[in-house]
Design a protein around this ligand. Structure first.
Ligand SMILES: [Fe+2]
Length: 278
């Protein structure tokens, strides 16, 4: 039978009939069915389709071991948060999840109270909290990994010849508590010097994310948690370009003094509630 607008989708789906992996078959059927629907609705010209191919090509070519343009693309289209929402339906009072983002990488072990800001100057901040279960029982020896951008809005990996900075991995104490020193996080633009930046520009969207610190928390017997803490009052809380803000993750910065040296600093408290693996 001729391949035409009417027969196209069935022809491709029929070609999947011998796929033995049920999940793969389901996914491919769904992708092809929806993509064909899009093409039939949009009716791209040859030039437009080539433009789309070149956009994806450029997105791939922009990726290397320090830059993940496809994650950015997934983020700004709300797909990362949609996948996150589907896979982390909140059941009780556990801390809500949000996107991993493109800047996660291995981080050095730090001790309780260490300063993770080595090469940046910023407003000092002490971040503290407790890791607990849903019944408020402390979780000891939870692995808490944190990473953030500096006051210039850049993560260490975005800088030429970068050295590791503003990252650390620590363990919660017997009473579940943790704390570390850092600098106050600042809102920042996602990288806009690549294809995704061009897309945002043409969609007349700003590239900013509200100030936050990333957390990845793991404890034996509990679901891994990937989340952020956001800062109350940030002007981009309502329009995060990657749609990752949840009200329950916003905390207020308090002003105080560092007990170690009396210097002015901010305090940020963020308790973490882990859900047991059933
Ligand atoms: Fe971030």
């Amino acid at each position: 039978m001729d391949f035409n607008e009417k027969t196209a989708t069935k022809a491709v789906l029929d070609s999947f009939s011998s796929i033995k992996n049920d999940r793969l078959k389901f996914v491919m059927n769904s992708i092809v069915t929806h993509l064909h629907e899009v093409i039939k609705e949009v009716e791209p010209t040859d030039e437009e389709w080539l433009q789309a191919i070149m956009f994806l090509t450029n997105t791939g070519q922009k990726c290397d071991d320090r830059r993940q343009e496809f994650i950015l693309l997934s983020d700004v289209l709300g797909i990362s948060m949609l996948v996150d929402s589907i896979n982390n339906r909140k059941s009780k009072n556990e801390t809500e999840t949000t996107v991993l983002g493109p800047f996660h990488t291995t981080s050095p072990k730090v001790n309780m109270g260490d300063n993770i800001a080595n090469n940046v100057n910023g407003e000092k901040c002490i971040v503290s909290g407790k890791v607990v279960d849903i019944n408020n029982n402390p979780i000891a020896k939870a692995t808490i990994e944190v990473w953030q951008s500096g006051p210039d809005g850049l993560y260490d990996v975005q800088k030429e010849g970068h050295t590791v900075d503003l990252r650390g991995t620590m363990s919660s104490l017997e009473n579940g508590s943790y704390f570390f020193r850092t600098v106050k996080p600042q809102y920042y633009p996602i990288p806009i010097d690549g294809p995704v930046g061009k897309v945002l520009n043409s969609l007349e969207r700003h590239p900013f994310r509200p100030a936050h610190i990333h957390f990845m928390v793991k404890a034996e017997g509990y679901e891994n948690l990937v989340t952020h803490v956001f800062i109350e009052g940030d002007k981009y809380l309502e329009s995060d370009t990657v749609f990752a803000v949840k009200k329950s993750l916003i905390r207020k910065l308090e002003q105080g003094n560092d007990p170690e040296n009396g210097e002015k600093c901010f305090y940020l408290n963020f308790d973490i509630v882990m859900e047991k693996i059933i």
